[in-house]
Design a protein around this ligand. Structure first.
Ligand SMILES: C[S@@+](CC[C@H](N)C(=O)[O-])C[C@H]1O[C@@H](n2cnc3c(N)ncnc32)[C@H](O)[C@@H]1O
Length: 319
């Protein structure tokens, strides 16, 4: 049994219980949501990038998603739009909600992840998945079936996966790279570059560690930031006292780290901070002084989109 990198055993039990309660609350708040406009907006965004840089729609590209997550709805939506897409994630996805799938989660990721998965499925995901498939089947005028082979379970640092996928035109990954250890990123990036069509494009959006949301504390998620909640932690707590680290592995890479890492194998075509100045209302002169080793662009980074193209003369392009 391998432990998911997204769950850490060292987090104190009380903190883990608190985080569980917060996550159940978020799931319950989302339980009646049957609005797929965010999935369509994501599809249109990626489609526009493909048009701009590849001169063709996403439906004419070979696409990979790295880290589709416990809710692979984006990948499913793209499949529904006729995209040739395959994903890879360390964690076993739940596609039909069969006991065998839950047991596979337990075997791969342990009991804590299995309980979370069962809870999430029955609170929210089962009905959401049904509605999603019904909507896509309606749009296509034909039933959409989920081919399990499109959702690979494995480590994106594994060479096997990438040797099976050559001539990839478009790769995307959101809120994943900050969870991958630096040694694995050193392996993944040249593998990605070597698997791609030379004109291909990578869209990667890490949640940069130095931003106010970078500690992945539920109290400082982008969508809880403006809620009037009572917090046990302070702004940028993870860079300061770090009293309640989140229950997830974080590589702590800064914006500058990502730039130099990506530049080894890719040209950076674009770099866009998704929500500039996020958290600026929590900055005080005292905190600014305490964090004086970080430039503003680090502290207000959070989600940053990098568009990358394999560098022609990088070591990976010679393979
Ligand atoms: C925070 S979730 C993000 C999920 C999804 N991309 C989203 O935007 O909702 C991070 C995901 O990255 C996956 N992940 C982390 N390291 C990975 C690796 N080395 N290879 C594949 N997936 C990985 C985790 O299993 C987890 O599902």
């Amino acid at each position: 049994m391998s432990d998911s990198k997204s769950s850490l055993k060292s987090t104190p039990t009380l903190d883990r219980i608190r985080e569980w309660i917060a996550l159940v609350r978020l799931s319950l708040a989302d339980a009646g949501n049957r609005d797929f406009s965010d999935l369509q907006a994501a599809y249109l965004q990626h489609n526009q990038i493909a048009q701009n840089y590849l001169g063709r729609p996403l439906s004419a590209c070979k696409v990979i998603e790295i880290g589709y997550g416990a809710r692979p709805n984006r990948l499913i939506w793209f499949l529904g739009q006729g995209v040739d897409i395959t994903g890879i994630d360390l964690d076993q996805p739940i596609l039909r909600g069969t006991p065998a799938e839950f047991f596979a989660v337990y075997r791969r990721n342990g009991w804590e992840r299995a309980i979370k998965t069962v809870a999430r499925w029955f609170i929210n995901e089962r009905n959401l998945r049904r509605a999603l498939l019904a909507e896509l089947s309606h749009q296509r005028n034909t039933p959409l079936k989920l081919p399990p082979e499109r959702l690979t379970v494995g480590d994106a640092a594994s060479e096997d996966f990438w040797t099976q996928h050559r001539g990839v035109n478009y790769i995307f990954s959101e809120d994943v790279f900050e969870h991958i250890p630096p040694g694995s990123l050193d392996r993944i990036l040249p593998l990605i570059a070597a698997s791609m069509d030379p004109e291909g494009v990578v869209f990667v959006k890490p949640m940069v560690y130095t931003g106010i949301c970078g500690g992945h504390h539920v109290e400082w998620y982008p969508h809880t930031l403006n809620q009037p909640i009572e917090r046990r932690t302070e702004p940028w707590e993870h860079l300061r006292k770090n009293r309640h680290p989140a229950n997830t592995y974080l590589n702590k890479l800064t914006l500058a780290d990502y730039r130099s890492l990506f530049s080894m194998h890719f040209d950076i075509l674009e770099e866009t901070c998704v929500r500039p100045n996020l958290g600026s209302q929590f900055m005080t002169p005292d905190i600014r002084l305490e964090l004086s080793q970080y430039p503003d662009e680090e502290l207000f980074s959070n989600g940053v989109v990098f568009l990358l193209r394999p560098r022609r003369n990088s070591p990976s392009s010679q393979k």
